[in-house]
Ligand binder design. Sequence first.
Ligand SMILES: Cc1cc2nc3c(=O)[nH]c(=O)nc-3n(C[C@H](O)[C@H](O)[C@H](O)COP(=O)(O)OP(=O)(O)OC[C@H]3O[C@@H](n4cnc5c(N)ncnc54)[C@H](O)[C@@H]3O)c2cc1C
Length: 407
Amino acid sequence: MTEVIHILGAGLSGLAAATILARSGKEVHVHEIREDSGARFDGDFQGIENWTSDLDFFEELREWGFDVDEFKSDSFGIIDLIHPDDEISHPKTEGVAFRVVERGTEAHTIDQGFKRMALESGVNIHYKVKKPTEDCRIVAAGPRESSAVAFGEIFETSHKNLVAFQLNDKLAPGAYSYMIIIDGVGLICTCLWRKQRKSGRYLNETIAWYEENYELDRKPIKRVGGKGDFGLPSKYVHDGRYYVGEAGGLQDFMWGFGMRYAITSGVLAAKAILGECEYEKEVRRRLVPLVKASAINRFLMNRVGNRGFKMVANQWMRDQKRKGDGLKFMQWLYKPGILRRSLWPLVRIGMLRKKELPDGRIVHRMPFRGSLKRDLWEQSPRANEIGEQWKSKQREGGNLSFADSDA
Ligand SMILES: Cc1cc2nc3c(=O)[nH]c(=O)nc-3n(C[C@H](O)[C@H](O)[C@H](O)COP(=O)(O)OP(=O)(O)OC[C@H]3O[C@@H](n4cnc5c(N)ncnc54)[C@H](O)[C@@H]3O)c2cc1C
């Protein structure tokens, strides 16, 4: 008799796992609470990193049998790195540093690409349904709680394609903001790693900054956002269930680049069910060291402000000058070297809090940090105007997928 496998969540990790299992002859049912795959995001750009392994991620996807032409992607080897004092420098590499994909429900998004591959492989996807976690072999339901939020605006622009990454503790408390422009559509996003009462304020000020420094000719379309849940569970297989992607805490604590870990863990869970590997062992070998290295970096970032961020930006550029390749610095950041590893006990005690989840799993998670005195400042007149502009756009029907102070 054909084995029936139920998966909770039709995001990237769930669909990747489902496709591999269905291709091996299993009867696979994916249960998704939302109306479609990608509905959690709808329209924002995200970057798939290419620095946590020597193997190009698209090569890896092809080896696993995924067709990377099923969704649109744009490769980048250079970015504008915006230092906290507004200096702009250019980390670059000859190869592909990352690829920008769109998330959401439109045909060219990565979510819909993975959905098509799953359906073509014979996977049954059930949307708008609730399924008890206990009935599922793979749990791929994404984040549960908030450790950080990202809040962005999508707009039309005449500016050429570009990715800008800004380290700035004022505009993005504890973190970074970014601007991605692909084929006439832009996204400006600010990430808040300290909980704020009005996140829209930070986005307005961030947009004002980018408008002043780039010729954007910006026409707002919609505002988007989402949360990230950062924590390390004590087990990745619990009561016979495989926890993949963000549901398994497989997320990058430093910059939030979780897509690669999500897809990789989905593939590993499927292979484990097919008897080709041991999930717990493989995740601990391949992904947990990266997650831990990112958590250690996050711990250090939480301790510094703009002075520390400036040192990081300068170090990145010095490293590029020495080695002739800007990607080497990113590769080094995620390497769990001896020095970084020695900080782990401190990070565990100082940054993570032990919690028992309803399913009995123990997780050491990073709580959403409180705001600091320095997070309170007067909005600039231009940021106020941008806020008003958004309010009038909303009155005309502008879509907000993530409420201003959602957390
Ligand atoms: C604003 C933002 C920007 C980001 N930018 C980047 C980036 O640039 N690069 C990058 O690599 N990563 C980025 N990430 C992280 C990345 O999106 C996630 O790590 C990745 O999508 C995780 O995949 P997943 O399969 O674990 O979860 P998801 O893709 O979120 O899929 C989980 C699915 O499960 C569904 N679900 C939830 N609960 C239930 C339930 N009870 N029953 C059934 N279904 C359920 C959800 O609706 C969803 O469809 C970003 C995240 C956010 C929020």
